[in-house]
Design a protein around this ligand. Structure first.
Ligand code: GRF
Length: 198
C-alpha cells in the first residue's frame, strides 16, 4: 500500500508538527514528506530536520501582499514534494479561496477553540473573558472561510477559576498534541468519523 504523503505547514515552534511527524509510524497510512514554513526563522524547521523530514521555506515577504504569487510558490513546492495531504499547524498566513479550493478535502487545520466558537486569534483570552466553563481545540477541513469547514475532531478542556490565557493555552496545546495525530490517522485511512476527546 503506498502511503499518503503529508506536508505540514508551520510558522513557529512546530510542536504540533513534531507530534504529527512522530505519530506517522509503521501501521499509519501516511508519511511526512515535507515541513514548509513561510518564516525562515521558525524553530520548527530545525526540529523537523532533527526528525529527518525535508524542509522548505517559502517566505511570504518578497511577495509584498501578492497572495496569488505567494500561493503559486507554495503550490510549486508542494507539487515538488508530491504532497497528497496538507496539515496546517500554526501556519499564520491567510489562504485565498483559490488555494483552499485546490486542496479542498485534502487540507486540515488545528484551531485552539471549540469551533464554531472563537474563530480568529486570542481565543484563550476571549473564552476566559466571556466566562466560559470550558475551551479546547478543533481539527477541521479547510474551506474558503477562515477557521470554518467540516469538523474532524474536538478536544475539550475545563477552564479553571485561576486560569490565565497562558495556563489555559498550555493545557489546550497538550490536547492539540493528542487530537491532531488521532484525526490524521483516521483521515489518512479515509475515515472522517469525528474524534472527540477526552
Ligand atoms: C497552536 O496553539 C495551534 O492551535 C495554533 O497555533 C499554535 C501552534 O503551535 N494553530 P505549534 O507551532 O504547533 O507549537
Amino acid at each position: 500500500m503506498s502511503h499518503k504523503r503529508v506536508a505540514i505547514l508551520i510558522s513557529g515552534g512546530g510542536s504540533n508538527m513534531v507530534t504529527l511527524v512522530k505519530s506517522m509510524t509503521a501501521q499509519h497510512a501516511a508519511r511526512p514528506v515535507l515541513v514548509l514554513s513561510n518564516n525562515a526563522n521558525a524553530k520548527g524547521l530545525e526540529r523537523a530536520r532533527a526528525l529527518g523530514v525535508a524542509t522548505e521555506i517559502v517566505d511570504h515577504r518578497p511577495f509584498k501582499g501578492d497572495r496569488t504569487a505567494f500561493e503559486a510558490a507554495l503550490q510549486s513546492t508542494l507539487e515538488g514534494a508530491q504532497a497528497d495531504i496538507i496539515c496546517l499547524a500554526g501556519f499564520m498566513r491567510i489562504l485565498t479561496p483559490d488555494f483552499t479550493n485546490t486542496w479542498r478535502g485534502r487540507m486540515l487545520n488545528i484551531h485552539p477553540s471549540l469551533l464554531p466558537k472563537y474563530r480568529g486569534l486570542h481565543t484563550h483570552a476571549r473564552a476566559i473573558a466571556a466566562g466560559e466553563g470550558e475551551h479546547g481545540c478543533t481539527v477541521h477541513e479547510v474551506t474558503g472561510e477562515l477557521d470554518d469547514g467540516p469538523v474532524l475532531g474536538q478536544a475539550r478542556v475545563p477552564i479553571m477559576p485561576d486560569d490565565t490565557p497562558e495556563t489555559l493555552a498550555g493545557r489546550v496545546l497538550e490536547m492539540e498534541h493528542q487530537l491532531y495525530p488521532a484525526v490524521l490517522e483516521r483521515f489518512a485511512a479515509g475515515d472522517k468519523t469525528p474524534v472527540h476527546l477526552p
